[in-house]
Structure formats: C-alpha cells, structure tokens
Write a protein that binds this ligand. Sequence first.
Ligand code: NDP
Ligand code: AKG
Length: 481
Amino acid sequence: MKHNYIAGEWVEGGPAAENINPSDTRDVIGLYARASQAQALDAVAAAHAALPKWAASTPQQRADVLDAVGSEIAARKAELADLLAREEGKALTDAAGEVMRAAQIFKFFAGEALRIPGELLASTRPGMSVEITREPVGVVSIITPWNFPIAIPAWKIAPALAYGNTVVFKPAELVPGSAWVLAEILSRAGLPAGAFNLVMGRGRDIGDTLLGDPRVAAVTFTGSEATGRKVAAACVTRPGAMAKFQLEMGGKNPLVVLDDADLDVAVNCAINGAYFSTGQRCTASSRLVVSAGIHDRFVDAMLAKLATLKVGDARRAGTVIGPVVDAQQLEQDLRYVAIGRDEGATLAFGGQALESIDGQPGYYLQPALFTGTSSDMRINREEIFGPVASVIRVHDADEALAVANDTEFGLSAGVCTTSLKMAARFKRELQAGMVMINAPTAGVDAHVPFGGRKGSSHGPREQGRYAAEFYTSVKTTYLQP
Ligand SMILES: NC(=O)C1=CN([C@@H]2O[C@H](COP(=O)(O)OP(=O)(O)OC[C@H]3O[C@@H](n4cnc5c(N)ncnc54)[C@H](OP(=O)(O)O)[C@@H]3O)[C@@H](O)[C@H]2O)C=CC1
Ligand SMILES: O=C(O)CCC(=O)C(=O)O
C-alpha cells in the first residue's frame, strides 16, 4: 500500500482505496491510503512548523530543488505517462505530453525562484523611499482534480515552493498514483521535513481541515464549480483570518468557425478541442458556433473525421480517445446525451457507451456530436466534461460573438478565420481569459498565465510569472533614513 507523506515521513495507517484502470476495470493499479482528519491536521502542523525554515531558504536552494524535480520527471517520462494513462484514461501520447509539461513547469519555476521581483520607488514625501517586496503567503492547501493528475499538481506545487511557501497537497481520490510518484520525487529533492506534505483521501473527509485550519493561509483549488463554491465559503466563513483563495472551475468554451475559415484548420481545432483527452478538459470546445456559409461543409467534415477516431485502451498504440474516467462520469455524459435528444437536438454521431473493447471491460463512450442545437439548451449551458460537443448554427459574425459570449463561463474561447480584421475583433470582444485564433481552445503553454473570467475562475491567474500574485504577499516599506 502507498502511504501519505507527512513531516518528512511516510505515515502508515488509514483505510486503503483501490486505484482502478478505466480502460480495464479488472486491473487494480494499487492500494493508496486515505488520510484521516488527524493525519490532515498533522500535515498542516508540519507545514506550519517548516515554514520559517523554507521561507528563509535562498533562491538558489529553491531553484535547485525544483530543477531536480523537473529533471527526474523528464527522465521518467515513459513510466509516468504509462501510469497516468492507466489511472486516468488519457491516451498515451497525451499522457506523455502532460508529464513533460509537469517537468517544464518545475524547471520554469526553478528559474522564477531566482528572480523574485521587487520595486524601489521615490516617496511623495521628502527624503523618504518606498520599497515593495514579496514574501511567502504561508501554508498553502493544494486541492486538485482528476483530469490532469500531474500537470495541475505541478503548476500549483512548483510556484508555491518557489516563492517560499509550504504545502499540503490533496490530489483527487480517483488519481492518487501520479500524485504519489510526484510526492516521492519531492521527498528526495532536498526540501526540509514538512515543507511538502501529501494527504491522499476524500475531499469530503479531510476538506474541512485543509480549508478551515487557521494555520492554512491560502487555498488553491481546481475542480467543479459546485465544490469551488464550497471552498470559497469555507475560506471566508472560518473563524479568525480568512484564507486567500484561488479557484479554477468549469468551462463551456466556444469555438467559432466563420465562413472564411480554412476548413481543415477548423475541423482539426474542433476535433482536438472537443474530443482529445476524452473531452475531460475545462478548456474543451463543447460549443462549436458555426456560421451559415460553412456550416454544412464543416458538419460533413466533422462526421468524416469522427468516424476515424479510434476509441480504446488508453495505453494501446493507435488509440486517440481513451475511456471516460469512471462510472459516475460516464453516467453524467450519457445523461447529457439523453438530455440533448429530449431537448430536440440531432445526435449526428456517437453518444453510445461501449461496455468493452477487445474484451476489456471499461468506461468507453463513442464521441458524440449534436447538430441543430440552440444556445438555450442545457447541453450548451452546463459543463458536461466528456466527449460531447454541439454545433450551434449562426447567421454571421455578430451572432457568433453574441452566442459565444452567451454563457456564465469564460475560460477559453476560439475563432477560426482567415481575416485579420475578424481575428482582431474576436480577440477584443470574446469574454474569456484565454483566446485562441486558429488553434484549439484546449492545450496551453506552460509559461504564460492560465485562467478565466465570469464563473470559470476566481482570484489571481495561475502559471507563468503571474502566479506570483497568488503565492506571495506584497509588503510596502516606507523608509526615512
Ligand atoms: N474544470 C475542471 O478542471 C474540472 C471540472 N470537473 C467537473 O467536476 C465534476 C465532478 O468531478 P470531481 O472530481 O468530483 O470534482 P470535484 O470538484 O468534486 O473535485 C475536485 C477536488 O476537490 C476535492 N473536494 C471535493 N469535495 C471537497 C470538499 N468538500 N472540500 C475540499 N475538497 C473537496 C476533490 O476530492 P475527491 O476527489 O476526494 O472528491 C478533488 O480533489 C466533473 O464531472 C466535472 O464536471 C472535474 C474535474 C476538473
Ligand atoms: O487545456 C489545457 O491544456 C489545460 C486544461 C486544464 O487545465 C483543465 O482541464 O483543468
């Protein structure tokens, strides 16, 4: 059994949870401990005790730790990609890309640790100077979802440590394997005991401690909107000081295809954005907003391409779309397929669950495409989080923009066009944190800000040097010599 890592020790105890392979549900990857509330409290206490030491570490010490972690992840790319594909169901090539992204994120923040910025300004008062510096926030609780089992933990843990904070990390219950390996790598990287702690276990069991303990100064969360709201409420209603918090939640991301788009580019963007990683990305293009002049050609080309996408075991060569992550998510996807039909949308492709492929029982779903949909349908308003996308036909660019922005979310939005003028207009007017022009709405660079507007995100951006806004506390010092 794999144990939790608290105060520099692998701590035995607690019930075990099975980690199941969604491509073959007979395959138990391993047993992982579920932390108790007492263990979560121990982890918070350990992070709190380690804070003075790690906060006082030099930029070079921090850079060395993060660089070593990045190097080891990269060196073990094939092994970690295989584990990730096996526990989450992402196709192996996508899993390998995610592992390398995690390695690059640690390397990036190794560099950032060496250039923590400050400012020196003249005061408005004679003889006075004003210095602006950044200090660690303190103990950070990191709560991550199952859909990016190593990249999302990396883009929260690496900046937290780079800026001198200590960490209590709770991965999603469904994917403890990648998190455990990451913790094992961190445990040998040169951190003081307690600076990094892993508590696997269910959010509903240990969440209260990770959010409510007054020694936790900040909480960073990625997951569903419903849980995000609970996290926010707990951070502001707890006794004593409120916790600083950052939330990355859902998306209902539009990809607009205008009449002048290059058809191949548009179809490739839509297929990648809507279906790769089994559509289980908060940046997925779940709404394809297509103008009338290209609509029929686009739909025909999508149907032809969909027929070529191989659904199967995530680790088998040739698989493009792996299984859905678990039975509950599959049920949710199928429920939305039924809702779409009931709402009068045409199911133009897929949407059927396949109980097994090549004799392997798994959570397989044929990617689904709805046509003839409208913006007010539930399938176009609620996050489905599976390989299910809808086409919304519009008359022109004005209507496309109105429909694209007609959502309570605002994470990513794309447009396919060959017109520079249209590209500039959509860049300006799309209400989203990230705009993709002739590129899929999903799949982002590791060194630039990530995050959204409206109901998708709350708090400062993640990633790139913008991560400093969340993981540091600004101090303004007035100095009169
Ligand atoms: N936008 C995004 O990036 C994502 C969106 N989703 C959406 O969320 C739906 C449900 O997926 P799910 O994984 O259950 O997402 P959740 O939002 O429930 O889980 C995200 C993380 O929060 C933890 N958590 C759950 N409850 C609490 C709590 N009360 N206090 C503290 N932490 C908590 C979870 O732990 P545990 O795993 O133990 O429950 C997990 O680590 C999906 O169907 C999808 O629609 C899911 C993943 C990512
Ligand atoms: O699209 C990406 O590269 C990142 C998506 C993501 O972070 C998410 O789905 O949670």
